[in-house]
Ligand binder design. Structure first.
Ligand code: SF4
Ligand code: SF4
Length: 417
């Protein structure tokens, strides 16, 4: 190897280390089964039933509106009321700061572009490479493919990458993402891939904890766009290696992220219903790639979160809408903590954008400093340590005031602090 090449590799590895430096704690122990409990037949979810999709049914004369509320008349009044709230909040934003009010929709529009069908899966011919050579992929082992893909994703900016089986039970039955380029109500019949590469990108905690709501919205939209770029790039790479791959950016991902990620060992389910990692809590945005390229699948993990959440109510106390459950319940064959999505969405609509206070509040979100890493290890290993750890968090770190003043959500300079 030439000296120049050697230096490049040294820098490459240095870059890799830098990229993941802030998640330098010991990995969570792997286990054979995820820590949520399956108690019956798992029923697949129709994406049309999600609050996000329901909120987009704005026109009472549209076929989608008529179809949905003829099947669910009991939800019409609740949803109409919620949509009205959102309309008022957006009006308020545009009156308060006509230019700033565009930031959120702008960054989410980027995410939308990155979810178009011709971007997520343009086929082999649609992704010409700058240079290419025939490679005999049969000589490359699944182990090598797996670690190379994971390393590449980290270089591109992912904070953590895991590989799982793409389980059909976590795939929606019908498409209905508000901005999905697929027709509303189209059956999801194109997710026939055996593997899924799960990507998590950590969010900037200072931005997520910001009092000005528009800052939080921009951080969320930006991370969604960046994870989309990583997923699209990986899918292109896999196609150029001769396998099928479909990027699953947030705008075009017809599956439930938490169980899919938990099965792949990204983390465990926390009280607020989403996946919590050992390394950076739930403070991340996801994307994924579905593929038929043989890969080595990761196992689920158990770092003591179920017991920790039993002792910790930080997210439930922080939630302004009371949407986070005190007890686990059974829904669609799984016993777990359920977030009341109607209450949660009502608060989003009152704000006029995503809330994510439960993401900013969780004690597992701390940086990987030696002190917080030591805490992570002690919490994982010693059940007896968890209660004092929660008390310590509440004493020194817990923030009592979360609710941003929505009147000033888009006017950072005018808002008193
Ligand atoms: S996003 Fe906000 S309203 Fe929804 S569960 Fe989390 S804290 Fe509660
Ligand atoms: S804030 Fe506490 S209860 Fe909520 S998910 Fe995090 S650790 Fe669990």
């Amino acid at each position: 190897m030439y000296e120049e090449d050697r230096n490049w590799w040294k820098k490459f590895h240095k870059g890799l280390r830098e990229q993941s430096r802030f998640i330098s704690c010991n990995p969570a122990p792997e286990v054979d089964h995820p820590t949520y409990e399956i108690v019956g037949k798992i029923e697949r979810v129709d994406q049309r039933d999600t609050m996000q999709s329901r909120m987009m049914l704005k026109d009472p004369e549209s076929p989608e509106y008529k179809d949905y509320y003829s099947r669910h008349p009991e939800l019409k009044e609740i949803d109409d009321d919620n949509r009205e709230k959102l309309k008022k909040s957006l009006k308020r934003h545009f009156e308060t700061d006509p230019l700033g009010a565009h930031f959120q929709s702008n960054i989410f529009a980027t995410r939308h572009l990155l979810g178009l069908p011709e971007v997520i899966d343009p086929g082999k011919e649609g992704t010409p490479l700058w240079q290419t050579m025939e490679t005999d992929m049969s000589k490359i082992t699944p182990e090598e493919r797996t670690w190379r893909i994971k390393d590449y994703a980290l270089v591109l900016g992912a904070s953590k990458v895991r590989v799982g089986h793409l389980k059909k039970e976590w795939v929606y039955t019908h498409y209905a993402h508000p901005y999905s380029p697929y027709p509303y109500g189209k059956p999801v019949d194109d997710m026939d891939y055996p593997f899924i590469i799960c990507l998590a990108m950590r969010q900037n905690l200072a931005m997520m904890r910001h009092r000005d709501h528009y800052v939080v919205c921009i951080e969320i939209g930006l991370r969604y766009s960046l994870t989309s770029v990583i997923a699209i790039t990986l899918a292109n790479l896999i196609r150029s290696w001769g396998f099928r791959a479909r990027a699953l950016p947030p705008e075009n991902s017809p599956y439930m992220v938490p169980p899919m990620f938990i099965d792949a060992g990204m983390g465990e389910q926390g009280r607020m219903g989403i996946c919590v990692t050992k390394e950076f809590g739930n403070n991340f945005r996801p994307a994924a790639v579905a593929t038929d390229m043989p890969l080595i699948v990761d196992k689920p993990v158990d770092f003591g979160l179920q017991d920790f959440c039993d002792k910790c109510m930080v997210c439930a106390d922080a939630c302004p809408s009371g949407a986070i459950a005190k007890e686990r319940t059974v829904r669609r064959g799984v016993r777990r903590w359920q977030v009341n999505d109607q209450k949660c969405r009502a608060y989003w609509n009152h704000l006029g954008g995503p809330c994510a206070i439960c993401q900013a509040a969780c004690p597992w979100n701390f940086e990987s400093t030696p002190f917080h890493n030591l805490n992570r290890e002690l919490n994982q290993r010693f059940r007896i340590y968890r209660k004092p750890a929660v008390w310590g968090f509440k004493l020194f770190y817990e923030r009592k005031e979360w609710d941003p003043n929505p009147q000033w959500a888009y006017n950072p300079r005018g808002r008193p602090r």
